[in-house]
Write a protein that binds this ligand. Structure first.
Ligand SMILES: [Zn+2]
Length: 302
């Protein structure tokens, strides 16, 4: 609905700070999908009108990290109460071969509908269900399902070139891609879907699945270089557990954030999910490189 008049809102929360946190209203006029006026008793030239009496109007939520295909795996008994790595082995990796186009679409639809119902308008999905010779185009399905619901959709294209221990039980056919295949698909997706405009409905982001375990350092550097050449942002999940910190030190003698810096994964065009286990140096480095807060603010603006 690109033209709209919202009337009589009990409150309008803007998302801005200080004096601008609330707009007086109580009416909002939307023209061509943009708010052009907020005020009292706006005239009614005949566009569709919503009576928002007793309602609060606020900007739609932005989901900055999700794994939509896992919507069908909630409550899977083998994964219940497991910690992160055993759960990954027992649930998403165990069932990844069970996803065909129909099941993948259903999982995406369930996850997206849940998000819409909770007030979300923009979804960044970190999809890592990719392997050589897949029978369906997971990326195309995600964009299609988001479009049907009128959502802004950011595809964070996960990917791995290394087999993690938790994948070792998987048949060879379900093992990781080559770097060449990953980067070729990133280029394809950028050309087919990526819109850099501030009000874009489709964005593509390079998102190696788990930096420490998914690719070799030189491959991460090449991925970051390719993403920047294509004008794509970078994303991943990082430092979810103490184990992750320990693994970074054991493998590279670096904290996870220092490792990310070494492989080109810090900067204003990068955001990470989780980051719940950080030391003071890492927090300072994230701040100094503008890695988290500025991209979060830009995402809000988009
Ligand atoms: Zn995640």
């Amino acid at each position: 609905m690109s033209d709209l008049l919202i009337r009589n809102a009990a409150a309008i929360v803007t998302g801005a700070r200080g004096d601008r946190a609330r707009a007086k209203g109580p009416d909002i006029r939307v023209r061509d999908g943009r708010i052009i006026a907020i005020g009292a008793r706006l005239p009614e030239p005949g566009e569709p009108t919503i009576d928002a009496s007793d309602c609060v109007v606020y900007p739609a939520w932005i989901n900055t990290h999700h794994h939509l295909f896992q919507s069908l795996l909630k409550g899977e008994p083998q994964g219940l109460n497991a910690t992160l790595t055993p759960w990954l082995a027992a649930t998403p990796y165990r069932f990844r071969a069970g996803f065909d186009a129909r099941r993948f679409r259903l999982a995406a639809r369930i996850g997206l509908v849940e998000l819409v119902l909770s007030g979300c308008g923009t979804v960044a999905d970190h999809n890592y269900l990719y392997y050589p010779g897949m029978s369906f185009d997971a990326s195309a399905i995600l964009f299609d399902e988001a479009e049907r619901l009128g959502l802004r959709f950011v595809l964070c294209r996960g990917g791995a070139t290394l087999t993690r221990e938790l994948e070792a039980e998987l048949p060879l056919a379900l093992r990781p891609e080559t770097l060449g295949a990953y980067l070729t698909d990133l280029e394809r997706l950028a050309a087919a879907y990526h819109d850099p405009a501030p009000d874009a409905f489709r964005r593509v982001v390079a998102a190696p699945t788990t930096p420490l375990f998914s690719m070799r350092p030189a491959e991460l550097l090449e991925t970051a270089h390719t993403a920047r050449r294509l004008g794509l942002r970078l994303h991943s999940h990082l430092s979810e557990t103490v184990n992750y910190q320990d693994a970074a030190h054991a493998q590279h003698g670096l904290s996870p954030i220092r490792f990310a810096q070494e492989v080109g994964l810090l900067g204003a065009d990068v955001w990470f999910a989780h980051l719940v286990k950080l030391d003071a140096d890492e927090i300072a480095l994230l701040g100094a490189t503008d890695t988290v807060w500025r991209t979060a603010r830009r995402a809000m603006a988009a």
